[in-house]
Design a protein around this ligand. Structure first.
Ligand SMILES: Cc1cc2nc3c(=O)[nH]c(=O)nc-3n(C[C@H](O)[C@H](O)[C@H](O)COP(=O)(O)O)c2cc1C
Length: 350
């Protein structure tokens, strides 16, 4: 599968998820195989253009994640074009526009899913971006703003005309947020309406669903929450699609994933000269590392966020979730993870 000039090894992609798809998580998912593309958390176009440290941090990625798409949000064509140029200077493979976020804080700034209420303005944004950069510009949208204004097929055509190289569609309206089901029939209609690749999104929580839905006329499938519960889902779907056996993931592996995540997060941002980060030239200001205590707090909070998804459906998952939520240090988290995933005890200490 291709998105413009970018070739993807697999038709399955990690969906953008604010607060979740940080560079550490993306690397861990990618390393497990089967994932053709990773997308960052949404990044503010305003913050990128102004070179705000925290914003730049959200946009950082490593070589191991390629191909990588940086998702930006905003409602101003000029700023979105300038932000796309920052993304291009950072040497990301793709720049994606968020037209799906239903959160009022974003939507009220004429960004996110509110752009689906102003298709002509949305098209101006995409046109300004495609005129400004050579890398592919893609758009992630919803079914529409609400049930009375489902317009993903016509929006997708307009985005294609404005130069978008692909669109992704989450088959729910902004009004629905996450209630009801993602409408894969509508997603197929969008795929039939345009010549560019369409990626479908919503409710793929098993490798079987991914394979089935990737046959519904779409070029690819984005997986969000399913990957937070099971980061091996891409590897499993790729195996299934190739007629190979789907490998069961052991408890020890599941535990090791969390321990590795903790380790990567602890190292995050410390290496200012290691050369694995991509920042726009001139923006590589010397940001002081987070102080140890606030770093630890940040890691604890990140683990709580992932834990709320990762523990779903696991044996003893709710006790594990509670224990993770109560842990207030990295040491406590490591001990909880090691003792929950029993086989790990010897393993982790070895
Ligand atoms: C915690 C969370 C954060 C999300 N953040 C973003 C985001 O930043 N940008 C975006 O386009 N979609 C975002 N989404 C939507 C997902 O990319 C995806 O379209 C949606 O969750 C449906 O797919 P799923 O059922 O596989 O999770 C987010 C979803 C979740 C659950």
């Amino acid at each position: 599968m291709r998105i413009g000039s970018v070739a993807l090894d697999h038709r399955y992609a990690l969906a953008p998820m604010a607060g979740m798809t940080d560079t550490a998580f993306r690397r861990l998912v990618k390393a497990r195989g089967g994932c053709g593309l990773v997308v960052t958390e949404m990044v503010s176009s305003e913050g990128l253009v102004r070179g705000i440290d925290r914003t730049l941090e959200y946009a950082e990625y490593t070589e191991a994640e390629r191909p990588v798409s940086i998702q930006i949000f905003g409602g101003d064509p000029g700023k979105m074009a300038a932000a796309a140029q920052v993304v291009e200077t950072m040497k990301a493979d793709i720049v994606d526009v968020n037209m799906g976020c239903p959160v009022p804080k974003i939507a009220k700034h004429n960004a996110g899913c509110s752009l689906m209420r102003e298709p002509a303005h949305a098209a101006r944004i995409v046109r300004a971006m495609t005129d400004a950069v050579d890398i592919p510009v893609t758009v992630k949208m919803r079914a529409g703003w609400d049930g009375a204004s489902i317009n993903a097929p016509s929006m997708a055509r307009m985005m294609e005309d404005a130069g978008a190289a692909a669109v992704a569609v989450h088959g729910r309206t902004a009004k629905q947020s996450y209630s009801g089901d993602s409408d894969w029939e509508l997603i197929s209609t969008v795929a039939a309406a345009v010549a560019i690749p369409v990626l479908g999104s919503g409710d793929c929580v098993t490798p079987q669903q991914m394979v089935e839905r990737s046959r519904a006329g779409v070029a690819g499938v984005l997986v969000g929450r399913g990957a937070l519960r099971n980061p091996w889902i891409f590897q499993q779907a790729a195996a299934l699609a190739a007629g190979r056996e789907v490998r069961e993931i052991s408890l020890a592996e599941r535990g090791r994933f969390l321990l590795e995540y903790i380790d990567l997060l602890l190292r995050e941002g410390l290496d200012e000269t290691g050369g694995f980060r991509h920042r726009a030239p001139g923006m590589a200001r010397s940001r002081p590392p987070r102080p140890a205590r606030s770093r630890e707090r940040w890691v604890v909070n990140k683990l709580r966020a992932l834990g709320s998804w990762y523990t779903k459906g696991l044996h003893g998952g709710s006790q594990l979730r509670t224990a993770i939520n109560q842990a207030d240090s990295v040491e406590a988290l490591r001990a909880i993870v090691s003792s929950h995933f029993l086989e790990l005890v010897g393993d982790a200490l070895a």
